[in-house]
Design a binder for this molecule. Structure first.
Ligand code: NDP
Length: 331
């Protein structure tokens, strides 16, 4: 495993990490969840990603139980939560105070996540989306105060624009508060703009770290949808039709098919090529993996082995096949 600094912080994060969206408390049983955590940790992963909204809070409960059982030293791993969408717990709808980035919800959600995860503090606490209904000052102060209280160690954003991130930094500078350390954007061969272009300046200026999500674009980049629709996969989960329609768009499938041929020529599996391609980007602090089966995670952990094959020439070939390389600023 390789480790890198998370942005300009001193936190050493594993370049591959592991998340529980749609799997823990939902698609897979608790024993499989525990097995996955163990494989991840034994493989050198030190960051486990979660959110209040995942499986309505159940994902954090399952991870919390697993962490308790494993008895890993608390100072050997990083665990996160995210606030914004609320944790409905399947009890039928959220009240207005139970979501968003108000001081009330940010603080209450933190306490609830700590309880579900059975830890005393969150290493990383993300604002899961920007909240247009809450002044940015209120959110930055709330995050700063949680850090001052020792309930969170670093805070960050997810799917915020570069401008919104810089606004948070402006407020932090103005009041001498702790600003955001990291952003969690989607990044993979099919979704590139934010990581490759939009944030390009703020890696340098504020030292933004990135914990990128969906390196396999929910599984399509494994190539397993190339020849039809396999049973028992994420995109077949009831209620996830929106994700299926978005992900299995024809232009995505065409791109994956083309790159799968290159993977064959190179003698590497498509999931490993897709994950290694994310790791190759030095602005990516960590690639958050997802898995519904232990064999998937065992395979994905081998992505570093493929890195040496990603020469400039191969990266150019991939760009030519994808035909989606975003226009970069000329500096
Ligand atoms: P991926 O895009 O890598 O998708 C993971 C899924 O792909 C697995 O659950 C599995 O689904 C399939 N898969 C994984 N490996 C293989 C393989 N080797 N061969 C075939 N299929 C494979 O990542 P996620 O979308 O899960 O995102 C990772 C994490 O990022 C999440 O758990 C979460 O922590 C975070 N995230 C954050 C978001 C945010 O808004 N901040 C949004 C989304 C995710 P299956 O077997 O069911 O097909």
């Amino acid at each position: 495993m390789e480790y890198s600094r998370l942005g300009k912080s001193g936190l050493q994060i594993s370049r591959l990490s592991f998340g529980s969206w749609l799997t823990f408390g939902k698609q897979i049983g608790d024993t499989t969840a525990e097995d996955l955590m163990k494989i991840a940790y034994d493989g050198g992963i030190n960051f486990f990603d979660n959110a209040e909204a995942y499986a309505g809070g159940k994902s954090e409960e399952v991870m919390g139980e697993a962490l308790k059982k494993m008895e890993w030293r608390r100072d050997s791993y990083i665990v996160s939560s995210k606030v914004f969408f609320g944790a409905d717990g399947g009890k039928g709808g959220l009240m207005p105070t139970q979501k968003g980035l108000s001081r009330k919800h940010v603080v209450e959600a933190c306490h609830q996540a700590l309880k579900r995860l059975q830890v005393d503090y969150l290493d990383l606490y993300f604002c899961h989306r920007p909240d247009k209904q809450t002044p940015i000052e209120e959110t930055v102060w709330s995050m700063h105060n949680l850090i001052q209280q020792g309930l969170a160690l670093y805070w960050g954003t997810s799917e915020w624009s570069a401008q919104e991130i810089m606004e948070a930094h402006r407020v932090a500078d103005q009041y001498n508060l702790i600003g955001p350390t990291m952003e969690q954007p989607q990044y993979n061969m099919l979704v590139r703009d934010k990581v490759e272009v939009e944030y390009s300046q703020i890696y340098k200026t504020v030292g933004l770290g990135t914990t990128i999500w969906s390196p396999l674009a929910s599984g399509i980049l494994s190539g397993k949808y190339n020849d039809g629709f396999p049973e028992g996969t994420r995109l077949g989960i009831e209620g996830m039709e929106w994700l299926k329609d978005r992900t299995l768009a024809e232009e995505n499938l065409n791109r994956v098919k083309k790159v799968s041929e290159l993977a064959n020529e190179l003698g590497v599996s498509m999931p490993l090529l897709a994950i290694a391609w994310c790791l190759k980007n030095e602005d990516v602090s960590t690639v958050i993996l997802g898995a519904s089966k232990t064999g998937q995670l065992e395979e994905n952990l081998k992505a570093f082995d493929v890195l040496p094959q990603l020469t400039d020439e191969v990266m150019e070939k991939i760009d030519a096949l994808l035909e989606n390389r975003p226009e970069r600023p000329p500096f």
